[in-house]
Design a protein around this ligand. Sequence first.
Ligand SMILES: [Zn+2]
Length: 81
Amino acid sequence: MATKIKRAVKERRTKRKPCSFCAERAIAVNYRDVGRLKKFVSERGKIVPRRISGNCAKHQRMLTTAVKRARLIAFLPFVSE
Ligand SMILES: [Zn+2]
């Protein structure tokens, strides 16, 4: 019984989205690239987590700093309703 549940979880996780920044071989995430950053921000202005966006750890880290920078200079909203 327990093993059955475990397997179901594993199968769901096997298909990982490739990191879109790695696919482009991006070295850094530019905070001025608002159109790009908007894809990784939810409707309410929150940063989309890695497990959903599919980004790798390295690029997700860069993305969060980029989004935060973009917010400070008002390229992106802190909250939007
Ligand atoms: Zn990456």
